[in-house]
Design a protein. Structure first.
Length: 316
């Protein structure tokens, strides 16, 4: 959930209704009229709110996105751009993140940025989710956040947690290579196997045998979990809206995954994007077209989804 900075190879997305950048107006483009724009523009779909009013600054040059609850983040030339709700200052990015930022992660109404191994945080602090521990002021290699707690991965493979859940089990004190913070549970990747802790009401922290080896990526939703193994998605945990019912299209050829609160996105090597789970606002229905350039980043949030595509490459 909201791990941010997801980037992969030249996977193309074929995406029907998108937001006209900088306007918030929904536009339907005919398949024969792809309406190409500049390279690496952000496209959003799902719930109709401030998130869909994407700022003009994210119409090109974006390398990564992170979808949160009421806030979205983008990374452009090392600068963090935030938009959406601002009741808690979640779109007021610290000045230090105007350059040199390497990773981003959006929470419900807060954000994280990573620059030079140091974590920055801003926005809602009801649960201490932006009260950074001293251990994340240097040497951090990855960040992840959810609604009210956050994780950081240190260069020595140790996980640090803060906010509503600050406990870190012994197995996550060394050797960890990837992290993902869920609603009230966490996943880590260690020696190709998934390990989990936290709330397990729906089995979201009970790792299935298939995910205990050979896994290359992880992502947590609010009360469910995902892993990527041999190009196929594994899912477990709560399934009240089909969030763990992996469709056949996501069982092979997948190169990247992102779990939102209750829906998921999988990005395939053949250029397609697969969505499933809660679809109340169409957040799990990948629009088709006009997005047809290679996808360089994508993220599933609460009730919306974001992708970044290289629109400089003509559609075919």
């Amino acid at each position: 959930m909201a791990t941010g900075y997801r980037r992969w190879g030249r996977a193309a997305a074929i995406v029907a209704v998108v937001v006209a950048l900088g306007t918030g107006e929904v536009t339907v483009a005919a398949a024969s009229e792809p309406q190409l724009t500049a390279a690496n523009g952000v496209y959003a779909w799902g719930v109709t709110n401030a998130i869909l009013r994407t700022p003009a600054t994210v119409s090109s040059g974006v390398s990564a996105v992170s979808a949160g609850g009421l806030v979205a983040l983008a990374l452009k030339n090392g600068a963090v751009i935030a938009w959406g709700d601002n009741n808690f200052g979640e779109t007021e990015v610290p000045a230090d993140l105007a350059s040199g930022t390497s990773q981003i992660a959006a929470g419900w109404t807060h954000g994280l940025g990573l620059k030079g191994g140091k974590v920055y945080a801003w926005g809602n602090d009801w649960y201490g989710q932006i009260d950074l521990p001293a251990t994340v002021s240097s040497g951090v290699t990855a960040i992840s956040t959810s609604s009210v707690h956050s994780l950081a991965l240190l260069g020595n493979g140790q996980v640090v947690s803060w906010g509503s859940r600050s406990d870190v089990p012994d197995f996550a004190q060394s050797g960890v290579t990837a992290i993902s913070a869920g609603g009230d549970h966490n996943l880590v990747l260690k020696n190709g196997g998934v390990l989990a802790w936290g709330n397990n009401t729906y089995g979201q922290a009970t790792v299935p045998a298939a995910a205990q080896s050979g896994v290359t990526a992880i992502s947590t939703g609010f009360e469910h979990s995902l892993a990527l193994k041999n190009g196929g998605v594994l899912a477990w945990g709560r399934d009240n809206v089909g969030q763990t019912d992996v469709p056949p299209a996501a069982t092979s050829g997948v190169v990247a995954i992102d779990a939102g609160w209750n829906h998921n996105l999988a990005f395939k090597a053949d250029g397609s994007v697969v969505g499933w789970g809660n679809n109340t606002y169409g957040q799990a229905t990948v629009p088709r077209p006009p997005i047809c350039g290679p996808v360089v980043s994508g993220s599933a949030g609460d009730e919306f989804s974001l992708v970044v595509t290289d629109r400089s490459i003509p559609c075919h």
